[in-house]
Design a protein around this ligand. Sequence first.
Ligand SMILES: Cc1cc2nc3c(=O)[nH]c(=O)nc-3n(C[C@H](O)[C@H](O)[C@H](O)COP(=O)(O)OP(=O)(O)OC[C@H]3O[C@@H](n4cnc5c(N)ncnc54)[C@H](O)[C@@H]3O)c2cc1C
Length: 394
Amino acid sequence: MKNEFSHSDYIIIGAGAAGLFAAGKLTQLGKTVRIIDSEDKPGKKILISGGGYCNFTNIHTNPSHFISDNPHFCTSALSRYSPYQFIELVEKYHIPYHEKVLGQMFCDTSARDIVRMLMSEIHQNTFTLELQCKVKAVTKSDIFFVHTDKGMYTSQSVIVSSGGLSIPKMGASCIGYDIALSFGHTIIPTKPGLVPLIVSEDTFPCSELAGLSIQSEIQTEKSPIFKEGLLFTHKGLSGPAILQASSYINDSPTININTLINPSHYATIVQGNFGKMDWKNALSTIFPKRFAYAWAQYHKQSETYSHYSVKTRTSFADQLMNWQPIINGNEGYAKAEVTVGGVNTKELSSKTMMSNKIPHLYFIGEVVDVTGHLGGYNFQWAWASANAISISSN
Ligand SMILES: Cc1cc2nc3c(=O)[nH]c(=O)nc-3n(C[C@H](O)[C@H](O)[C@H](O)COP(=O)(O)OP(=O)(O)OC[C@H]3O[C@@H](n4cnc5c(N)ncnc54)[C@H](O)[C@@H]3O)c2cc1C
């Protein structure tokens, strides 16, 4: 049932992960809440997340899994809402789930379970949901005025949870940044994160291997080492390790890919017992054949194993450990899972997520300059930052 109050305690801009979670917490405190979203249903990004199974949290969450210009900002909110608290909620709703790998928690059945749970947590008698309603601007006198394409709404407080710029066809817009700028905030420059990379075909013919996955260890100038899968695509590289690294790289990126992550494989290549076997077939004993053949052909390694000296084989092994393909950009916001950068956290309270400039204006979730690694960290940030507001409103 739709409640027709015209003025509310809170207007939440964006019915995504952070906005819906905040609405649940605030209505449980008896606050009147209006959520406004430009899309036709709430939680659209949750529905497509984790391949439709929503990787809703990561049990290893800690600040080192987040990128921000102000790395300690996220500590306070994260420490006050743990992954186990969200898991407890999931269990309360009897949603079947499992740990996939590396602490990543997924729904067994469908991401729809998470959206249903978030909606059920919202007390309907003090709540109204405006869908297909686009926020254009927010102004303030003694109260807030939220200007939309369907008219104006007023409230005591405004929570901006309009997300980042990734996946424009799912409602992503720059409104959160525009609102922040209009109230005197600054924005840490944004860029696509967790995004497939485009590789120059001169560096390696990735397209020939599209769909093939190998294990790898990837490091960029500024990132930790990511030891996960690497996927070849028609345009270059993707897969978890590449997506992770992509959030760290800038305009002229250098990434180092180690394809020889099993130490025994190094010895196999340098001192193996392959005699007159073709080099590419020797490589096939440790790599998928398609990769081994393409790698040997590209590097003109067409002789037999024993043709190459130990010194040469050592250099070949080193080449496999230090592959630095030339990156020609990324596949952009259309393919990026997240937006790196956002509202400058130095201008927000880390305890309450409230603006230090405008009382009762809050920013939560992805619109803020806090970006998680792949693996459920971005949703954990959405829950934790939304929870911070409800604690301050209690
Ligand atoms: C394909 C994909 C898969 C992902 N999988 C995972 C995963 O498994 N685990 C994980 O942790 N993270 C995942 N993410 C990242 C995660 O979805 C986001 O970090 C998270 O949804 C951010 O939550 P949010 O509430 O801040 O923003 P969003 O969920 O993006 O919500 C923002 C809302 O604001 C609305 N909005 C925008 N502009 C306006 C406007 N002008 N007026 C009104 N409404 C507006 C949008 O319609 C949207 O509903 C994935 C992302 C993508 C794209």
